[in-house]
Design a binder for this molecule. Structure first.
Ligand code: HXC
Length: 260
């Protein structure tokens, strides 16, 4: 990968870590940051030594303050209409089969909240705040906020956030179902990395199938979703990892499975 100016990329045991790194602008989503983030996701997706990706803000300025307001302020309607990078961002996340854990370690506002919601599991620090303040700028969420927030926390709470621009705390986000776990700021990344390592220790193709099946629940009605799930469930019976998992459980004494 070319030299990076807006993110930091690290490798841990089967886990790829991406830290947003534009502290001077609260990690706002400049074109360059989005380009580098998508490159890093693609690289981890194609790296067989990586099972799970973790996305977080750097140590200084929380998770992300959304679209880069300075960049966006220079756009005309036509330029904004023709810009592809928001679609690229959503499409880039859709193309990742590996689980992505988002670690929100401070503010996640506007596009930052939307970026968090593109992740599969969210952990938050006790200091985290989530919001869609676009209304205060005379605009609306543009990278999934109006679509994903309602699925995550329901219509009334989503409308409230989007129409008032008010933030919710990490605890409120957890209670509403947006966030899986809230932890002290100094622990949240450590615990998320432990969870990532645990998830990455399971069978890679089975993880991809589980992620796909869960995500399809948002696209399909219940009947079609159940059908899709059962087809993927049956497909796991064709995997070496399935035979290994079942044999390891049934062995006397029971042993740990060795995934392919
Ligand atoms: C560009 C930003 C920025 C942003 C902060 N900065 N947010 N630059 N884009 N989104 C810059 C400031 O201009 C300032 O630069 C520096 O970061 C520090 O910010 P301050 O405001 O001085 O800091 P503070 O008082 O601590 O407040 C932090 C903050 C606030 C709460 C994060 O900056 C804020 O409300 N930011 C905007 C959040 C927002 O409205 N996001 C939605 C954007 S629209 P200088 O050069 O002065 O030091 C959006 C649409 C989604 O996301 C579309 C899809 C992506």
């Amino acid at each position: 990968m070319e030299s990076l100016s807006t993110i930091i990329v690290e490798h841990a045991e089967r886990v790829g870590l991406i830290k947003l790194n534009r502290p001077e602008a609260y990690n706002a989503l400049s074109r360059t940051l989005i380009k580098e983030l998508l490159q890093a996701l693609k690289l981890f997706e194609s790296d067989p030594s990586i099972g799970v990706i973790v996305l977080t803000g750097g140590d200084k300025k929380g998770f992300c303050a959304g679209a880069d307001i300075k960049e966006q302020s220079e756009l005309s309607f036509v330029n904004a209409y023709n810009q592809d990078y928001l679609k690229d961002l959503n499409d880039g996340f859709f193309a990742i089969h590996k689980p992505i854990i988002g670690v929100v370690n401070g503010i996640a506002l506007g596009g930052g909240c939307e970026l968090a919601m593109m992740c599969d599991i969210l952990y938050a620090s006790e200091t985290a705040k989530f919001g869609q303040p676009e209304i205060t700028l005379g605009t609306i969420p543009g990278a999934g906020g109006t679509q994903r927030l309602i699925r995550a926390i329901g219509k009334s709470k989503a409308m409230h956030m989007i129409l008032t621009g008010e933030t919710i705390s990490a605890k409120q986000a957890e209670a509403a179902g947006l966030v899986a776990k809230v932890l002290p700021a100094e622990q949240v990344l450590v615990v998320a990395m432990e969870t990532a390592t645990k998830i990455a220790s399971f069978s890679a193709p089975v993880l991809a199938m589980a992620k796909e099946a869960v995500n399809e629940a948002e696209e399909l009605g219940l009947k079609n979703g159940l059908h899709f799930e059962s087809r993927l469930y049956h497909a796991t019976f064709g995997l070496e990892d399935h035979a290994e998992g079942f044999q390891a459980f049934l062995a006397k004494p029971k042993r740990a499975a060795q995934w392919a």
